[in-house]
Write a protein that binds this ligand. Structure first.
Ligand SMILES: NC(=O)c1ccc[n+]([C@@H]2O[C@H](COP(=O)([O-])OP(=O)(O)OC[C@H]3O[C@@H](n4cnc5c(N)ncnc54)[C@H](OP(=O)(O)O)[C@@H]3O)[C@@H](O)[C@H]2O)c1
Length: 344
């Protein structure tokens, strides 16, 4: 547990090592590790020593300058993350040094060793939570939970279909659907490790897993066997993977696009609109009106599952000193990778 340290002035944070970008552009060229001088801790502020933060696709897109809400420059990279309270302002009563906290709603800037933010932004979580789950819960698992709850009424025995099934969101869809007795049909990229990947997803609770090339057949629905036709499709990838996903959808089904990992547009055949009456929708976590209380309830629920070992996903923990290596992996420069989680 950390306490206020005597060699720092009481109302100032320690200096922070941060991944800072000064302009938008290719992430690995515009961002660098920089020391930020101490900042003042006002009476309602909380100073947090960061412990872990992931590198999410949106963090990369934000630095590339292709994300809608850009922070003013220079800016510290990153979004969600977890930390431990280092010290608090004089008016702060609900937090104490050593508490484990995440920001919710989260705002950009988690890739730094110390953060100072107003107390209402921080949410205290159970100290027994593994830090990698605390660091990664508020974007991808929450998005998965919301998309399963808020577009189509799903009941036990129904099915969903998704692409990008190996993503954290995808792994959460599989498990959260399974808890509710909902079947999942999963589409993955072709790779020499496809069989290994399929096995892992089946172990998580997937009913069916197909590579894109396996779906290059005229009547994909034959491949479903006894699994019911899905009424909800979750599109992480776009391009061909979205076209294939729509082929599985039941008459009147809905596809929700929440990611564009292939960077290709969504292409849906005319006949799917006319003869299948499908609906296409989009999802953006930040744009949805969710009360802070509800958001925090969902975070607590998901972290409860993670602590119980009932919600799992693959991550690689990497020292912040190896930031650039982790960034390259997260950008896909070395092929498919587990989620990179920076440890400070
Ligand atoms: N709209 C929202 O509010 C919202 C919220 C959360 C997440 N998201 C989006 O959800 C997506 C997944 O995020 P995540 O953090 O869960 O992902 P992640 O764990 O970092 O995994 C990346 C996923 O993208 C796939 N992928 C990477 N490059 C690809 C390419 N060129 N073509 C096809 N697939 C590719 C990977 O497949 P392999 O395993 O085959 O490499 C993997 O499934 C991202 O697009 C993210 O921005 C959106």
């Amino acid at each position: 547990m950390l306490s206020q340290q005597s060699h720092f002035p009481a109302a100032m944070s320690p200096p922070s090592m941060a991944a800072v970008y000064y302009k938008y552009g290719p992430v690995d060229t515009v961002i660098r590790l920089t020391e930020i001088p101490p900042v003042e801790i006002s009476e309602n502020d909380v100073c947090v020593k960061m412990l872990a933060a992931p590198i999410n696709p949106a963090d990369i897109n934000r630095i590339e300058g292709v994300y809608p809400n850009q922070p003013p420059l220079p800016a510290v990279g990153g979004g969600e993350g977890v930390g431990e309270i280092h010290s608090v302002g004089s008016a702060v009563k609900v937090f104490s040094p050593g508490d484990l906290v995440i920001r919710s709603p989260y705002v950009p800037g988690a890739w730094q060793t110390y953060m100072v933010e107003e107390q209402s932004l921080w949410h205290k979580i159970d100290k027994s939570t593994p830090i990698e789950y605390a660091a990664t819960v508020s974007v991808n698992p929450v998005s998965a939970l919301r998309m399963l709850n808020e577009f189509v009424t799903l009941k036990p025995g129904d099915s969903i279909v998704q692409n990008g099934a190996t993503s954290i969101v995808g792994q959460c869809f599989i498990q959260l659907a399974r808890f509710r007795g909902i079947h999942s049909i999963n589409i993955i990229r072709d790779s020499p490790k496809s069989d290994e990947v399929k096995e892992k997803l089946i172990k998580l609770g997937a009913d069916k897993v197909f590579t894109e090339s396996e779906l290059d057949v005229k009547r994909v629905k034959i491949l479903l066997g006894d699994t019911p036709e899905p009424i909800l499709g979750l599109n992480c990838v776009g391009g061909n993977a979205a076209t294939l996903l729509v082929k599985f959808l039941k008459q009147g089904g809905t596809m929700v696009t929440y990611g564009g990992m292939s960077r290709d547009p969504v292409v849906v055949s005319t006949s799917n609109f006319i003869f299948k009456d499908i609906t296409l929708k989009g999802f953006w976590l930040q744009e949805w009106k969710l009360s802070k209380t509800k958001y925090r309830d969902w975070i607590d629920y998901l972290l409860g599952l993670a602590r119980a070992g009932k919600l799992k996903y693959e991550m690689e923990l990497v020292s912040f000193n190896d930031f650039h290596k982790a960034l390259e992996k997260a950008m896909g420069k070395h092929g498919s990778q587990r989620k990179q989680v920076l440890i400070f």
